[in-house]
Design a protein around this ligand. Structure first.
Ligand SMILES: Cc1ncc(COP(=O)(O)O)c(C=O)c1O
Length: 348
């Protein structure tokens, strides 16, 4: 009964089968020159209703760092939320891959960067004139966000328009992009290329793949160096077909949205089930597959005692708890969590 992360999961059976099927031909050309890998641009192009260049990699950190490396010079500024994965959880990979660009933190609201908070940061900073300051290069936003909220198409379009007016490229960390699309029920293009996004890290690992992410480039001016940077960064897999097979299966017959829809529905069920508990305070709107809430420590300990796994941190008496659901979360585990939470303090 593990709600620690969507990384605790195994694989969706369809993806496991696709890996096995990719193993059938005894030989296939390496380094992305196989049939499945060569079909990815067209496959993603169909999903995003636009020409795009697709570069599979095995981790979200690599996808983010490689994406940012083509958006910013070493002396550039990349704007993003202070608590973003790129800023807090990638061990300096974006700085390393860009050759030293500076990540400039921006305040968020409900886990989202807004036009107003972005504007305020740029205004505080003043004009980037002269050799003494980093030069504005890009903005990076996460969709779905690290706080389990989502940017609607009009919010994305507003950020992109503001970025464009300030000569900034736009990157989306889409490690949970499927959860956002499933939540909003919109076309993937509306959140990306249609809104003005230049490049995204498209995730699949958290939502049913073994290890498959992709850099997806929408802006045709940008792709030239990515292949070299991916090789140099150690992410050009010789047996690329096994990564590509995961992405192909993921995007076939709407599997990605079916899996994410289940994860989201489990989060909603959990949030609904906890909503009548006075001692539980949910911190952000639950719009994807993550719940952040404050629980009394006694409740946290009791839930651990009966076998639930999840993270908590912060205030020793009333910590913040993160509950993450996934494509294969068992509804029975959700219901048992809700029951156990209601039993707290009753002696049941
Ligand atoms: C928002 C976000 N971006 C990117 C990643 C990718 O991380 P990894 O390099 O572990 O695949 C994660 C994983 O937790 C994440 O939560």
């Amino acid at each position: 009964m593990n709600f620690a992360s969507d990384n605790v999961t195994g694989m969706a059976p369809e993806i496991l089968q696709a890996i096995a099927a990719a193993n059938e031909p005894a030989a296939a050309m390496p380094y992305g020159d196989d049939d499945i890998s060569r079909g990815l641009d067209a496959l993603f192009g169909g999903i995003f209703e636009a020409d795009c260049q697709v570069f599979p990699v095995a981790t979200g950190t690599a996808a983010n760092a490689l994406s940012l490396s083509i958006l910013s010079p070493p002396y550039g500024a990349i704007y993003g939320l202070a608590h973003s994965h790129t800023n807090e959880d990638e061990c300096g990979a974006p700085e390393f891959y860009t050759g030293g660009a500076k990540l400039v933190p921006i305040r968020g609201e409900n886990g989202k960067l807004t036009r107003a908070t972005f504007d305020a940061t740029l205004a505080d900073q003043g004009p980037a004139q002269g050799v003494h300051v980093v030069q504005p290069a890009a903005v990076s936003v996460t969709q779905a966000t690290e706080m389990g909220t989502v940017y609607a198409p009009d919010e994305m379009a507003e950020i992109c328009a503001f970025a464009r007016a300030n000569d900034l490229y736009v990157h989306v960390d889409g490690s949970r992009f499927a959860n956002a699309v499933a939540s909003l029920g919109c076309r993937p293009a509306e959140l990306t290329v249609g809104a003005g996004v230049d490049i995204m890290s498209f995730g699949a690992t958290k939502n049913g793949a073994l290890a498959a992410e992709a850099v997806v480039i929408f802006n045709p001016e940008l792709g030239e160096s990515l292949g070299f940077r991916r090789k140099r960064g150690g992410h050009l897999f010789s047996k690329m077909r096994f990564l590509s097979a995961q992405l192909e299966a993921y995007l076939t017959d709407g599997l990605w949205l079916k899996l994410a829809g289940h994860a989201n529905a489990m989060a909603e069920r959990l949030a609904d089930g906890l909503s009548d508990l006075d001692e539980v305070e949910v911190s952000f709107p639950v719009e994807a597959n993550m719940i952040f809430a404050r629980f009394p420590i006694g409740l946290v300990e009791q839930l651990y005692d009966v076998g639930f796994v999840f993270h908590h941190w912060g205030d020793p008496d009333w910590p913040t708890v993160r509950l993450v659901t996934a494509f294969n979360t068992d509804p029975d585990h959700v219901d048992r969590f809700i029951d156990a939470a209601h039993a707290h303090g009753t002696g049941a």
